[in-house]
Write a protein that binds this ligand. Structure first.
Ligand code: BES
Ligand code: ZN
Length: 628
């Protein structure tokens, strides 16, 4: 019970619940996507045309999707698509000059995967055809959050945004929802006149607010990168190819916080090869955005909790930008290989942080990631600790925690250390060149690594050194251990202060980075009197901090230690933020302290209307499953 509870606290991914029809492990096929119903061996989609009305009153998108498809097997007569809570009004097939209605039916609904839509092709359908589906979404769409004005910064206009990764695109577009395929797309979106629509496509910073917007996405993307947001957005430039969309209330703060974005883009290009996507803009959303950031191509979506006022949390932007190479250009074939997206991106993120800021800052973040990784090894079942696990839907919610991020990053740092930065950079560049616009499995990565680095004469590592990273739990004995001088000092300070060797007023919090403060808080010894915590809080005001990551760390400690004097501020934290990472572990810590389950439930009841449906579900599961 508790283990699952804590796991959900670290929820990052959205592969929820368990599925009954999951395959046996014995015949596990690493190249197969177990998270889609689509018969992609028989048909593939090449282009999607969307024509949608955005109806805030009914909380639905309504219109049609036209899928330009190719038949791979001439005998195949039924197209199976992924859907979830979609209403399909009609289906038709256009082929050459011909047009014919098509019969369709839904298959059995799976709680996790949604409902297969089976379309029978009329005889007219050729090898290449357009499948037109008239449809509407439902208010329960797991990808869409419909925000009433009160939940936006401006408080006057409604908003809607999507979060398609991992398997939620199917809840706003009927399609083959798998990262294994790439599509180009175009869209016509009609909105209330005063609002602006943006997509993971060619947004025009100068677009007139007409209530009708056209988008083209000429670069082929996997379905989980389909994205849309409609709201009272305005644009401000950051540099020649970069800028920000957000509500006017957040525009100035965002321009300040993310001022380094253009430099990040230029640095990334010099390190990883050309940026293939045109512009790179940011969209800063309301607090209920469930993640820190989402790498929607050309337009990363971001949580406003990054607006700390001191640029201390911008590693998330470096991360989302880096996905333009690792993830968006070279894509994991299935969700089982997510480390190829997230681990590679975390590695590139810290390389960027070194250049834009300095090695010290990058090392601080590496150490925090490593600490989180060790914590994950205590909670995640062993069979999900491998970078390339035998993962199927039955493994359940968030089966790997943040292991793909931090273990993946460490693995690449291990390779870099062995082969040297120069050789490893050459390898990465050639990897992006070679696999650009394609998908990769862990096995393909390993073969490519073998061919280019491992099998060279005198290579410092062999396949036998590398395979345990991919197929075994925990870390190999020769794994590197990140170090940061400033964080070592912060941990030592925590011990000294706890022992009484250092006065509260003499802790150098004011000169520390946010990362050092976080490490200090995390390093406080288990046994610590509440009056010591009170002392710390009264001098440094942790309960009042507006740095969301410091607040998260602090309130986890507050909850674990049952430091109830800070519970009012803890609850304010749970109401201020909606990003899963910032709040779910605080709820879990309340549950895990053994006394506060009821309180946690009450706080959740008061806050949940403000949360994204996915985050609300993670937390509800944490609170429901607990005894008591
Ligand atoms: N692509 C992820 C978010 C994601 C992962 C959504 C899996 C759904 C399923 C994004 O790039 C990400 O990793 N965000 C992190 C940022 C952090 C690691 C710098 C987040 O939201 O915390
Ligand atoms: Zn990521």
């Amino acid at each position: 019970m508790i283990r699952k509870t804590l796991l959900i606290a670290f929820a990052m991914m959205t592969l929820t619940a368990c599925s009954k029809d999951a395959p046996e492990i014995d015949d596990y096929d690493p190249a197969r996507d177990y998270f889609t119903f689509a018969n992609t061996g028989q048909f593939v989609t090449e282009h999607v045309t969307l024509d949608l009305d955005v109806d805030f009153e009914k909380q639905e998108l309504r219109g049609y999707a036209l899928l330009t498809m190719r038949r791979l097997e001439s005998e195949a007569g039924e197209v199976v698509l992924d859907t979830r809570d979609l209403n399909i009004a009609s289906a038709a097939v256009l082929s050459g000059e011909q047009s014919a209605a098509a019969e369709f039916r839904f298959g059995e609904t799976d709680e996790l995967l949604g409902t297969p839509l089976i379309v029978t092709l009329p005889p007219e359908a050729g090898e290449r055809f357009d499948l037109v589906l008239e449809y509407s979404t439902s208010p329960e769409s797991t990808a869409l959050q419909w925000l009433p004005p009160e939940l936006t910064a401006g408080g006057k206009q409604p908003m809607v945004f999507s979060q398609s990764q991992s398997i939620h695109a199917r809840s706003w577009v009927p399609l083959q929802d798998t990262p294994a395929l790439r599509i180009t797309y175009e869209a016509k979106i009609r909105t209330p006149r005063n609002l602006l629509a943006v997509m993971s496509a060619n947004n025009d910073p100068l677009a007139a607010r007409t209530g009708e917007y056209h988008f083209e996405m000429p670069q082929p993307i996997p379905s989980y990168l389909l994205a849309i947001a409609v709201g009272n957005f305005y644009f401000a430039p950051l540099g020649e190819d970069t800028g920000i969309y957000t509500e006017p209330e957040l525009l100035d703060a965002s321009v300040y916080e993310f001022a380094d974005t253009q430099a990040m883009l230029e640095t990334a290009e010099s390190m990883f090869g050309p940026y293939e996507w045109g512009r790179y803009d940011l969209l800063v959303l309301p607090p209920s955005f469930p993640y820190g950031g989402m790498e929607n191509p050309r337009l990363s979506f971001l949580t406003p909790s990054l607006l700390a006022g001191d640029r201390s949390l911008v590693a998330v932007v470096a991360h989302e930008l880096a996905h333009s190479w690792s993830g968006n250009l070279v894509t994991n074939r299935t969700w089982r290989d997510i480390w190829l997206n997230e681990g590679m991106t975390s590695y590139l993120e810290s390389r960027l942080m070194e250049v834009i800021y300095d090695v010290g800052r990058a090392n601080e973040e590496r150490v925090l990631g490593y600490r989180e990784l060790l914590g994950n090894f205590e909670r995640v079942p062993e069979n999900m600790q491998a970078l390339a696990p035998r993962m199927t839907p039955r493994d359940g919610e968030d089966s790997q925690g943040t292991i793909p991020y931090h273990k993946g990053q460490l693995f690449l740092e291990y390779l870099e250390a062995a082969f040297g930065r120069e050789a490893f950079d050459d390898f990465l560049q050639s990897y992006f060149d070679n696999f650009g616009w394609q998908t990769v499995t862990s096995e393909l990565f390993l073969d490519y690594l073998d061919e280019h680095l491992l099998s060279a004469e005198g290579a410092p590592l062999t396949r036998a050194n590398v395979e345990p990273w991919l197929y075994e739990p925990g870390l190999p004995d020769d794994a590197p251990v990140p170090e940061s001088a400033t964080l070592i000092a912060a941990a030592a300070t925590a011990a000294d202060w706890a022992d009484g060797a250092l006065a509260t007023a003499d802790i150098p919090v004011d000169v520390w980075s946010a990362q050092a403060v976080i490490h200090f808080i995390n390093s406080l010894p288990q046994e610590l009197a509440h009056n010591k915590l009170a002392d710390l809080d009264s001098v440094y005001g942790f309960s009042e901090t507006r740095n969301a990551e410091i607040a998260r760390t602090w309130f986890i400690q507050v909850a674990e230690r049952r430091y109830a004097s800070a519970y009012p501020q803890l609850e304010a934290h749970l109401n201020r933020y909606g990003r899963g990472r910032l709040i779910a572990p605080v709820y879990s810590a309340l549950v895990a302290n053994g006394e506060d389950l009821e309180l946690a439930r009450e706080m959740f009841e008061r806050a949940k209307a403000t949360y994204h449906p996915l985050v609300a579900r993670w937390i509800a599961e944490t609170l429901e499953e607990s005894p008591g």
